[in-house]
Design a protein around this ligand. Structure first.
Ligand SMILES: Nc1ncnc2c1ncn2[C@@H]1O[C@H](COP(=O)(O)OP(=O)(O)OP(=O)(O)O)[C@@H](O)[C@H]1O
Ligand SMILES: [Mg+2]
Length: 237
């Protein structure tokens, strides 16, 4: 995929119970941008991110990744480009061991077992979790699970990284490691988070969601300086 573009056009979503979780969201994110998605609990951040790799499908409107509109035909290609770390690591880890989990993605991309394993070990090393390789994912602590979920996505070498609350539950060293390695990832990244300090360090642009709508979209320093906006959106402590 030549341009690692992520676009939403008039994207709306309603859950089966009728909850209108996204309404008319439009944005374009260009290659190499580092974008935060912030907003109060229930604002629609996770719902939005899950549209970017087709875990959820638009009720109306469109998502485009690279030159491709996201639909049934393009789903696999889009998922190869978009590495998604879910808010709940239990949605992501399902193999008997951490190593198998982190090697699963590269295996699916067609790499040999040896190459997949070495990629997996390298990704685990980068998140400071190589010592967990032989453990069962369901025996890990929450912070350990989150590190492994990040490794499972990094091991696939995605063009676009989408992370839902990646720093939640990490200890200070784990958080610093994460911020360091996300800073090294020079392709496009989107990060939904309540960790505004992480946003300041990593994201030049911020989208603010409020009740399923895109309330603001601009340079992080301008958004964060708008105290009225921040307070209105439940973002000031
Ligand atoms: N499976 C579901 N069925 C019905 N409603 C849902 C479902 N999942 C989420 N919602 C609703 O959709 C809205 C958006 O939820 P979402 O999880 O996207 O919020 P969020 O911004 O990620 O919040 P948080 O900061 O708590 O992670 C909320 O009102 C939520 O109650
Ligand atoms: Mg969420």
């Amino acid at each position: 995929m030549s341009h690692h573009l992520v676009e939403a056009r008039e994207l709306s979503h309603a859950y089966p119970d009728g909850t209108a979780s996204l309404s008319g969201i439009t944005f374009t994110i260009r290659h190499g941008e580092s974008v935060a998605i912030v907003g109060a609990n229930g604002a629609g951040k996770s719902t939005l991110l899950q549209h970017l790799n087709g875990t959820l499908r638009a009720t109306s409107g469109e998502v485009r990744v690279g030159e491709l509109p996201l639909n049934t035909e393009t789903l696999l290609e889009v998922r190869r480009a978009v590495g998604m770390v879910f808010q709940d690591p239990d949605d992501q880890l399902f193999m008997p061991t951490v190593l198998e989990d982190v090697a699963f993605g590269p295996r699916n991309l067609g790499l040999s077992p040896q190459e997949s394993e070495s990629r997996a070990l390298e990704a685990l090393r980068r998140v400071g979790a190589e010592h967990l390789a032989a453990k069962a994912p369901y025996h890990l602590s929450m912070g350990e699970k989150r590190r492994c979920a990040v490794a499972a996505v990094l091991s696939m070498g995605p063009d676009i990284l989408v992370l839902d609350e990646p720093s939640t539950g990490l200890d200070p060293r784990g958080r610093r490691l994460l911020i360091g390695l996300l800073g090294e990832f020079t392709h496009t990244k989107l990060i939904a988070t309540h960790d505004l300090d992480l946003v300041r360090q990593l994201c030049t642009r911020t989208l603010v969601l409020q009740d399923g709508r895109l309330r603001a979209d601009g340079p992080t320093h301008e958004i964060f300086a708008d105290h009225e906006l921040m307070e209105d959106c439940g973002l000031e402590g």
